[in-house]
Design a binder for this molecule. Sequence first.
Ligand SMILES: Cc1cc2nc3c(=O)[nH]c(=O)nc-3n(C[C@H](O)[C@H](O)[C@H](O)COP(=O)(O)OP(=O)(O)OC[C@H]3O[C@@H](n4cnc5c(N)ncnc54)[C@H](O)[C@@H]3O)c2cc1C
Length: 321
Amino acid sequence: MSEYKDVWVFSERHDLMLEMLGKGREIADKLQMELGVVLVGFNVQRKADELIRYGADKVYLVDDQALELFQLEAYLSVLHSLATSHKPQVILIGSTRNAKPLAARLATRLDAGCAPDCAKLSVDEQKRLVCERITYGGNAATKIAFRAKPQIVTIPSRAFEKPAPKDRTGQILKLDVKIEAPKTEIVDTKPLETSAVRIEDADVIISCGRGLEKKDDKVLLDELASVLCGQVGCSRPLAEDRKWFTEWVGLSGHKVKPKLYIACGISGVIQHVAGIRDAKVIVAINKDENAPIFELADYGVVGNLYEILPALKEALERQLQ
Ligand SMILES: Cc1cc2nc3c(=O)[nH]c(=O)nc-3n(C[C@H](O)[C@H](O)[C@H](O)COP(=O)(O)OP(=O)(O)OC[C@H]3O[C@@H](n4cnc5c(N)ncnc54)[C@H](O)[C@@H]3O)c2cc1C
């Protein structure tokens, strides 16, 4: 019998933790194991009951002022110490900018494997955890099984639906752990000027590319976004080269999963398309009928975005009246 048992979930983001609990519960049930949550931070005990309602059997709580802000070494030392003493078989970690390096370093410390950015998880007939991730810029899906334990997997935001909360009971284990002092110091933190809803969480995204001629023309997208209650996004050149935005959609930017993605003046090369493959419906507006974006789009409009966007806005407003 293996000394490893249980499925664990960790994220420094509470919403992502809740999303992962549904899949974590399913995997734990299939492996006939318990589902644990690692709850780390300062004054976070109040969140423990909610995690149990969303599916956790046990909450491993480490509450310390030193953990108030995410600091890699401090959080890593907590997870490493807990994993060494409790030996979970599977550790699901929310795939955030902070936690991706945490997962990789944890795997190194534990001499374990790490499967990054997996949006599908299953248990096969031999009771092996099988993880699936998109690779080669969105052109292939890779299935990964593990040769070592624990099995560490990072899970992107919105990969799984948040489960419905239930009336259930669980155990809260309040633990004291030696916290490693960080080797870097946070000198200052300022909020970025970003939209109220993070682009990766938006249900509707209107994105622009180099087809947009001037920064001021963004207003065309803003207006349509306001009618559709959506967010405005862009291809990389508009952020990196023109500096009109701070973030972009694509392989090196945000992977998005909206219900509706409207690509305006975006050619649709592989690096952009890799970020929108999970969109439910893609609409492309491009004046070049041979633009590659039309190969992926569910609906294509061949035309000038400067004419189409105001007309679309007007038509939608009329419909919604
Ligand atoms: C390592 C690496 C990583 C990268 N990562 C990303 C990434 O994450 N995301 C990303 O987006 N890019 C990324 N890129 C850049 C990518 O290769 C492309 O250069 C970029 O996506 C092109 O952006 P675009 O479609 O806006 O511009 P273009 O390719 O120049 O396309 C502009 C489109 O607008 C159309 N158009 C022009 N005027 C109008 C008009 N008036 N009305 C309608 N259509 C019009 C044109 O027909 C054309 O199809 C990456 C590149 C590298 C090398």
